[in-house]
Design a protein around this ligand. Sequence first.
Ligand SMILES: Cc1ncc(COP(=O)(O)O)c(C=O)c1O
Length: 356
Amino acid sequence: MRAYNFAAGPAMLPEEVLAKVQNEIFDWCGTGVSVMELGHRTKIFQELLENLQKKIRTLMNIPHNYKILFVQGGAQGQFSGIPMNLLKQNKNVDYFNTGIWSKKAIDAATKYADVNIVAESTKTGIPDVSAWKLNPKASYVYYCPNETINGIQFSQVPDVGNVTLIADMTSSILSEEIDVSKFGLIFAAAQKNLGIAGVTIVIVRDDLLNSSLDIVPNVWNYKLLSECNSSVNTVPVFALYVMDLMVDWLITQGGVSAIAKINKRKVEKLYNYIDTSEFYYNNVEKPYRSQINVPFELTQESLSVDFLDEAIANGLKYLQGHIAVGGLRASLYNAMPESGVDKLISFMHDFAAKHR
Ligand SMILES: Cc1ncc(COP(=O)(O)O)c(C=O)c1O
């Protein structure tokens, strides 16, 4: 019996994608070998990469002056990869510190750059724009639109003037429509809305390809990656194949605008239930609430273990919060069906009635 998987990542995959993987596992596209066994430089796999880029470009409406790269080392690899690629001319950079993932990015960048903190979030929200300390001479401004662990999200893209904007969209990519032209660089590890761990997408504007420090390793050198179809070394063929299936699945759902509507319904239902219940709460101020990862607590905290045990018995799995913050958390990525959220709310209602 498949459970509804509310994990923050690696996260739930659509059943159609899993079935396709199962169906093709011994012989991919008539090659007579599994995609896991296939050379990454074969014509057929290089074509998959090229087509995958084209599909992502269309789905996200990515302008032609941006490259789409596939790299390894996860999102955290890019915490170092970004400063190493962009700081040749000027080592002053701006970072928003809005949660655990931006803090880790700041710690990594500090090794290469002079980091100015623009603003720091509290547990309940992000300071108003009037309190931001932006440096108009910074090489770039970095932020994490959706902090997966803390459940805090920017309600809009920050206005940083003419400075290059960089976003860690690991937990938000393809969940809602965005205007890529507002960004110099977007990156996201795949294990939430783009498949499985092992590959990270980097979408980077052409004019940023010539600013790397000499120390940048070849495998993270954006210019080099852009010149060889992301194949500097052996690419993670299976993770890219699953990404391709995820992209096809999203296209059959109607694309980003269609999934965004479903995502909005899912998350509004859950917050509405939490807000009207006296048994559960979420402390984040409404404008800053994550639209994807919903942290919540029980007013009777001692019941959390029972909550998790009974949830599992009801086919609702991995609802515990991140170890760094505790509590509970429901992650509602694209592959989480609305029926999963309905079942969660119904379970929360029954649990509350039973323990009141
Ligand atoms: C927003 C965000 N950034 C970075 C990471 C780290 O990703 P990775 O484990 O691929 O380095 C995560 C993982 O959950 C994340 O949610």
